[in-house]
Every structure is written in C-alpha cells, then in structure tokens.
Design a protein around this ligand. Sequence first.
Ligand code: ATP
Ligand code: MG
Length: 256
Amino acid sequence: MRLEISGVSHRYDQMEALRDIDLTIEPGEIVALIGPSGCGKSTLLSIIGGMLQPSEGQVSASGAVPEGCLNPLTYVFQDFALLPWRTVAGNISLVLEDHKLSKVERAARIDEVLAQTGLSDFRNAYPKQLSGGMKQRVGIARALAVRPAVLLMDEPLSALDAQTRILLLDEFSALFARTGMTAVYVTHNLNEAVRLAHRVVALRRRPGTIKEIHTIDVPIDQRHEGDPQIAAHEAALWELIRDEAIAADKELEHVG
Ligand SMILES: Nc1ncnc2c1ncn2[C@@H]1O[C@H](COP(=O)(O)OP(=O)(O)OP(=O)(O)O)[C@@H](O)[C@H]1O
Ligand SMILES: [Mg+2]
C-alpha cells in the first residue's frame, strides 16, 4: 500500500505542532521519523494511522493490501499494551476476535506470528512472566497477526534496556528484510534509524516541518553494528538534527 501525505498541518489549540508536511511512502519502504523532542513525530504518526484528524491536509492510501489483511494501518505500542490476565497467545488472539475468522484460521495465524517472533515456546506464558524484550515481541506478533499493509511504530524499543534493544533491532531488521514490510518508525535513536530505514525524515520543531529526507541506499539486511558506511550515515543524521536537539534539551532543562 502506498501512503500519500499531502499538505498536513496540525494545531493543538493555539500551538502549531505540524506545518505543511508532504511525504509519500512507497509499498515495501521503511521510513523513519526523527527529530528533537516535541517536533511532532507522534502527532504525525497518529495522523498517518487515522487516529488523529489533521487540522489541514490529508493522508490517502492506495494500492493492494496483503492477503488476509484485517487492519491496513496497524500501530505497535511503546508500552506493549498487553492484557495481564491473558496469555501470550490470548493477547494475540485479542486482535483477531472481532473478525470473521474460523477457529482453525485464528489458531494458524497465532502459530505463524509466534514463530516469526521467536515466541513459540512462550504461548501460554502471562505478561508478568516475560521480560520487556519478550513483551515487545508479543506486541509485534499481535500487530503482524492482522497482516497489516503498513506497520506504525512509535519508539518501540525505547522502554527496553540497551542490550535488549540491540537484540530486537537485529530481529526487526531481519523481519523487515524478510517480509518486505512497509513501516513508519518513529525514534529518537539515530542508530535505529540508520539500521532500519530506507529513508529517514528529519523534522524540525515549532512548527514541525520536514527539514530533510535522507536516503540510505544499503540493503537493510546488510547493515551491521560498526559498519563504517552505516556510521557515516548516522553522523550525517546527527549533523542534521544536532542544533535543534541541543536547543530542545536546553529548553526542557530550563522548564525543569
Ligand atoms: N494532545 C495534545 N494536546 C496538546 N498538545 C499536544 C498534544 N499532544 C502533543 N502535543 C504537543 O505537540 C507537540 C508535538 O508533540 P509530539 O508528541 O507529536 O512530539 P514528538 O516529536 O513525538 O515528541 P517526543 O520525541 O517527546 O515523543 C509538542 O509540543 C507537544 O507538547
Ligand atoms: Mg513522541
């Protein structure tokens, strides 16, 4: 599915959060949104997902969705949003229960996404028995179960410790490369952006506008930690957002 964001602006009361955003996301493309705190990344993701109506402009989706797609634009939550009284399989089943799937079909989908995310041995575990990394794998499995056309991820690794983050980053890059997924990935972390995205959209703030779109022309499954080419892209991104990141940081310090 192709997403066309045209002339999107958004205000919260008097505050202009986004101004005149134009961006097209092609099928199979992973686009990262980066920029300083408060530049409107989450706002833009919510608008793309249809959860928030923009003050101006529109997002249009066109083209085919995967076979068996139940929800074209599917959101992955930062805090996992799992029901504590349901098992791993039960939490995944949750998003399938509103749809007309046979019991057999539902079970097959759950098995498939458990296998894709390395959770097959944990299907009967409860969230409280799982580490943060495992919980986020369940969050991803649940999103994949609806066979989304586009996965929308808002800082999916930010609640995790550094080692787990690196592990999941490797798993995401393998998953994205293997499935040819389309995704919009919001992150503060430039390393995540350069490992996962085909294009990185750098936003500036007040109001949030597109500063630059940076293309990374290395296949996602050939990007590795410590690769000099990837490090050079990361340095280029830092150059892009450094001044504003410092300004945003100082402002928050001042308020605190
Ligand atoms: N529901 C809301 N009501 C009023 N203002 C809001 C609301 N949500 C966000 N904002 C403001 O809009 C601006 C953009 O917020 P947004 O959450 O989209 O930024 P962000 O780039 O995701 O920030 P962060 O990196 O901290 O997650 C910020 O100034 C924020 O305070
Ligand atoms: Mg945010």
